[in-house]
Design a protein around this ligand. Structure first.
Ligand code: NAI
Length: 695
């Protein structure tokens, strides 16, 4: 039952009951319309109250209905709202906890609104590249004024009901039980024979509406690069200054227009992809989790410190273990400095800083961590060092403790084999800085047990991370793909491009940072070390040696003040270095290459299509559970432009057949291994069948 109907004296109460947040799916909409009709026809009913059961008034539309992009089943929310508005008996919304999107639009269709203090109010559709399409852009300005409504609708931001208490949005703000408050209010309305207030009858008043709207358009245009929705939201709000019905028609047209944009498709895709990523095919959702109340981290370096902060920020106590007191002091000192800097910037209160610091302890002895429920190793990236650590952990850790490694390149199965409990071993690949980056690759070893996986996926959510499961392979999902991208970036230099051109082309396309600026940030020596290992392990792979040349000059990036670019002390702005350009030209000459002009389009396609092809292999091999998981990795960890929806969705948008055709073209003209551009079997098959990665 999605709607409960009951009478409280002369008032009919319609309670939406569709956990978790009373999403306005088809059954709820039908139930509301039927309940309204029943109340209208019952002569004993003098007023109607609408509320939500559980922890929300309503979180809004049932977004799964948007997924297909098809027309919604009738009655649409608009039809339900029209019926509420047209009711001859007073309709009062009893709003509490959360009224968002369609939930707020529903409330706007009621004649009166009683709200509980602390209720969160928003029309967040713009965050999915859409606009509120059930009259929200027309009724909200009539309730709270043009400017505040434009702000809320174009930003999608959430406000507390109290902030809008003095507007016509709320007739009463209550502290206690909102249903009781609404019932009392409804009886008052009936007793006093108050006229019904319909927002559709209100006129939007503003001394200079056109002037304000022009100002708002200018502001939104500069702030919403790559996203059409905020500006279109404003167009819909602008229509609220005219007649209501015309405005509603305009809103409908603009909604359909946004629904068809690739940007909205990308945002909706990411929304669903993130949710899908948290599910593991063969791990039942009701798997019993292991309790994780105390965490230990081995190694207090760059990663160990950041990981410790992630747990402390979520209120989970952490102990850091180091071998040498100096290293421990240094690690704890860095953590303290990081918190102090957040405090100085006003991002953290003194009290919170103290609480978090108190949750982080240091130790030099394994005895100090034996009782931890989860231990994460973040020591040097050498198998021998990992072996020592895991052998020790196997001996000291209590039974049932989860043993995790933050390794970024080593074989997790080998690490698990250093213990007698490989089922308890899992990879937790955090990204740097670990207290900031949202992405967490959960690496599933051949023997990792299901409850360990379920536990770490749940824990990831608790510490605010977006977790994606990866199988064991070199580089896991993200770094394995980025390696292919970097290979193309380097060959482009040999063939005719310069580092700044490659970076600019990809940044203009939307990447947060081009490959060479990214290398300078992460440290070019890291990639160099990995390549040196791969030269031995995989002599068949063909690499450009241009990055090695740079590293031989000690140009490791920002940390050495110079890499592909120059950096002034204490600054991160990349300054083009003519000597690097000369080095690139000289290297082409040394290889006997006649350099050619390379277009930005070629740069983008070669780098991005290289990612896509490796992504296809990763899906085919089962390293990723689904193509959308790869998109989540790239959107949350690699600065891939959100409006393009991740590499795999982007491939679908381009058309897989076009991706394959371009790859064949690049196989003829680009340097390197001719096999590089061989389409992955899955990509070739889907392209030949005219299909896409996401079906
Ligand atoms: P780091 O060099 O900053 O820190 C390593 C720390 O481990 C040092 O403080 C060292 O004293 C300590 N250590 C070494 N041997 C130890 C032992 N036997 N017992 C206890 N402590 C020991 O290295 P970083 O960058 O933090 O990397 C750690 C791990 O995280 C590596 O496996 C690395 O591949 C991985 N990783 C690194 C990322 C990065 O961007 N730096 C990103 C993701 C993973």
């Amino acid at each position: 039952m999605s709607i409960r109907y009951e009478t409280r004296g002369p008032v009919a109460v319609l309670t939406m009951d569709n956990p978790p947040v009373n999403g306005l799916g088809h059954a709820v909409r039908t139930g509301l319309r039927e309940g309204l009709e029943r109340a209208e026809l019952d002569p004993g009913v003098t007023a109607i109250v609408i509320t939500g059961a559980g922890k929300a008034f309503s979180g809004g539309a049932d977004i799964t209905e948007f997924k297909s992009g098809k027309q919604l089943l009738e009655p649409s929310l608009r039809v339900v709202i029209r019926a509420l508005e047209a009711s001859t008996k007073p309709v009062v919304a009893a709003i509490h906890s959360v009224a968002m999107g369609g939930g707020l639009e529903l409330a706007l269709g009621c004649h009166f609104r009683v709200v509980a203090k602390g209720t969160k109010i928003a029309l967040p559709e713009v965050k999915l590249g859409l606009l509120p399409g059930a009259g929200g852009t027309q009724r909200l300005p009539r309730a709270i004024g043009l400017e505040t409504a434009a702000n809320l609708i174009a930003s999608g931001e959430t406000v507390l009901a109290e902030a809008l208490a003095k507007t016509a949005l709320f007739d009463r703000v209550v502290d206690g039980d909102v249903l009781e408050g609404a019932l009392a209010f409804a009886e008052e309305v009936v007793r006093e024979k108050r006229p019904l207030k319909r927002l559709c009858d209100v006129k939007v008043e503003h001394p200079n509406a056109q002037g304000f709207l022009q100002f708002a358009r200018n502001t939104v245009t500069t702030m919403s690069k790559n996203f059409p929705a905020p500006l279109v939201c404003l167009e819909a709000v602008a229509a609220s200054t005219g007649p209501f019905d015309a405005g509603l028609r305009k809103e409908g047209e603009l909604f359909q227009k946004l629904m068809a944009t690739p940007e909205s498709r990308a945002l909706r895709h990411f929304f669903f992809a993130e949710r899908a990523a948290s599910k593991i095919g063969d791990v039942p959702p009701d798997t019993t989790l292991r309790p994780v109340k105390q965490v230990a981290i081995i190694g207090a370096g760059t990663m160990g410190g950041g990981i410790a902060m992630s747990f402390a920020n979520a209120g989970i106590p952490v102990t850091l273990l180091e071998v040498k007191p100096e290293a421990l002091d240094k690690g704890l000192g860095t953590i303290r400095k990081n918190y102090e800097s957040s405090f100085k910037k006003g991002k953290l209160t003194e009290e919170k800083m103290a609480q978090r610091l108190a949750l982080i302890q240091g130790t030099l002895s394994y005895d100090g961590i034996a009782q931890a429920d989860l231990v994460i190793e973040a020591v040097f990236e050498e198998l021998g060092v990992k072996e020592k650590v895991f052998t020790a952990l196997d001996q000291v850790m209590k039974p049932g403790a989860i043993l995790a490694s933050n390794t970024s390149t080593l074989d997790l199965n080998k690490i698990a084999a250093f213990t007698k409990r490989p089922g308890d071993v899992v990879g937790l690949h955090f990204f740097s800085p670990a207290n900031v980056m949202k992405l967490l690759e959960v690496v599933r070893g051949a023997k990792t047990s299901k409850d360990v996986l379920a536990t770490v996926m749940d824990l990831a959510k608790k510490i605010g991370k977006t977790a994606v499961v990866s199988g064991v392979c070199d580089g896991f999902i993200g770094n394995r793909m980025i390696e292919r991208y970097s290979i193309q970036a380097s060959f482009l230099l040999e063939e005719g491009a310069l580092p700044s051109q490659v970076d600019r082309a990809l940044e203009q396309w939307g990447m947060a940072m081009g490959p060479f600026r990214m290398g300078d940030l992460a440290g070019n020596d890291i990639g160099w070390a990995i390549r040196k290992r791969l030269y031995v392990e995989h002599p068949e792979l063909v690499y450009s040696k241009i990055g090695d040349k740079l590293c031989e000059l000690g140009r490791f990036g920002q940390k050495t003040g110079k890499g592909w670019y120059l950096y002034e002390p204490g600054r991160r702005d990349a300054i083009v270095d003519p000597s690097v350009d000369e080095m690139v030209l000289a290297y082409s000459k040394e290889l006997g290459i006649t350099r050619r002009a390379i277009s930005d389009e070629e740069i983008v396609e070669r780098c991005i299509f290289a990612l896509i092809n490796e992504g296809a292999k990763i899906v085919e091999e089962g390293i990723a559970q689904r193509a959308s998981d790869i998109d989540v990795v790239y959107l949350s960890g690699y600065g891939f432009p959100i409006h393009r929806g991740g590499p795999m969705l982007y491939a679908d948008e381009v058309g897989l057949v076009n991706v394959v055709a371009a790859m064949r073209r690049y196989a003829r003209i680009s340097r390197g291994d001719s096999k590089f551009w061989e389409p992955a079997p899955l990509l070739a098959k889907l392209a030949a069948e005219g299909r896409s990665f996401h079906g």
